[in-house]
Design a protein around this ligand. Structure first.
Ligand SMILES: *Cc1c(COP(=O)(O)O)cnc(C)c1O
Ligand SMILES: [Zn+2]
Length: 411
């Protein structure tokens, strides 16, 4: 573990590796710095993210709490590519992680560190996935966990979290309000705060492994575009920092453009990007099927400015999708590629199509879409579709059903 110290990305102050959350001088975001000037990628292939990338992570094998996160499929998606109007599309299917979302990468780091620092309780504010992940990794580590979710969090995510033995609390209010409560509780009650915003400097490090795996999976061929769902931004930032790590060391020769995608119903970072403004908290109430990326950024909007800086540096873009586009995205992924994603995890699909139509993505570009969560955690509610499922009671019923031209099975 060549992690050296923590450095403030605003004032440059450094701190020893310890459980401090933001810069004690200026309140800025802290990042882990490493002593890994020479590339020493472990050639061994084990079943956790440390087996190959330990020089770029703040954990060592003795302290890692792992459920076998990472190593997710990177699959070519030719049928979806055609539908989107591009030549080459790959899907990084993060729904295959142990708890069903990419959050296992940052939470594996965060829980490992919390245990190592001697905490006995972990707390997190979550829109559902990170909470489930904390429940699972805390159980594995033998820690207690407390998960606060906003009202309206999908039930499967809540039940999953409960199953791990976590104490789950539903909070009247949005994600930002939960975040505020968890932060106060962690400070006053001496709990580890597993926040997957930029508050905890260790969690974001886990997201870099998505970039490393893409680089290795593509045989060091760097895609032109990486598209990903955007909530508060650590996923986006982590992937970008991961590409930069390998770029600085000369392992890859170029960097991808990054597209971040938000739900139109709650899009504080996209709005600021398009208007060339600083990020403002999203004050409108919102309702979206993509609850996993609905973050109003209230109280930490400056972190959104960091995300915008990164996207600009990559010559990328931040865009939005509507509720009907989210639904279409879920169905296209499932019906053209057999990938069942939760709404939040699927949003890049229609966004790629729109950006291709607008000429921003060239049809010759190689695009990677990061699908962040499994559909089993949050099915898109489509009452009309499920009410139209036929019920039969005989073979004759079956024959008459499939003979109806409208049924769509051509005989
Ligand atoms: C948390 C989450 C995101 C967004 O991640 P950020 O790091 O907050 O931008 C995207 N998709 C899913 C399924 C998530 O759970
Ligand atoms: Zn500082």
């Amino acid at each position: 573990m060549p992690a050296k110290e923590l450095v403030c990305n605003k004032c440059g102050c450094t701190f020893p590796i310890s459980h401090i959350y933001s810069c004690r001088e200026c309140g800025g975001i802290l990042r882990v710095v490493y002593d890994n000037e020479k590339l020493n990628i472990d050639e061994g292939s084990g079943n956790n993210i440390l087996s190959r990338y330990s020089d770029f992570l703040p954990i060592d094998t003795e302290t890692l709490v792992s459920l076998g996160e990472g190593n997710t499929p990177l699959t070519q998606a030719p049928r979806l590519a055609k539908w989107l109007g591009i030549k080459e599309l790959f899907i990084k299917n993060e729904g295959c992680n142990p708890t069903g979302s990419f959050k296992d990468r940052p939470i594996s780091m965060g829980i490992s560190k919390a245990k190592d620092f001697g905490f006995d309780t972990a707390v997190i504010a979550s829109s559902g996935n990170a909470g489930a992940s904390v429940g699972a990794y805390a159980a594995k580590a033998g820690l207690k966990s407390i998960v606060m979710v906003p009202e309206g969090t999908p039930l499967p995510k809540i039940l999953q979290t409960l199953s791990y033995g976590a104490k789950i609390i539903i909070v009247k209010g949005n994600f930002s309000f939960c975040f505020d409560l968890a932060k106060k509780a962690a400070e006053n009650l001496k709990w580890a705060n597993l926040a997957t915003t930029f508050l905890n400097p260790f969690t974001v490090e886990g997201n870099k492994t998505i970039a490393y795996e893409i680089i290795d999976g593509m045989g060091r061929r760097v895609p032109d575009v990486i598209a990903l769902p955007l909530g508060a931004g650590p996923l986006l930032a982590g992937i970008w920092w991961g590409f930069k790590d390998f770029y600085k060391l000369g392992y890859i020769k170029k960097l991808p453009r990054i597209i971040g995608v938000q739900a139109q119903a709650c899009a504080p970072i996209a709005k600021a990007f398009v208007e060339s403004n600083r990020v403002q908290p999203w004050r409108k109430t919102y309702k979206t099927a993509a609850s996993g990326i609905a973050d109003s950024m209230d109280g930490y909007s400056a972190e959104g400015d960091l995300v915008i800086d990164i996207v600009k540096e990559s010559r990328g873009f931040i865009t939005t999708v509507t509720e009907s586009e989210i639904k279409e995205s879920v169905h296209a992924l499932a019906q053209l590629e057999g990938i069942y994603a939760e709404p939040s995890g699927a949003v890049t699909t229609k966004a790629i199509q729109k950006m291709t139509t607008q000429g921003w993505i060239k049809s010759s570009d190689c695009v990677i879409s990061v699908v962040t969560g499994n559909g089993l955690k949050d099915s898109i509610a489509d009452d009309k579709q499920s009410q139209s499922i036929p019920t039969i009671e005989s073979y004759d019923d079956l024959v008459s059903l499939i003979n109806k031209p409208k049924y769509g099975i051509n005989r």
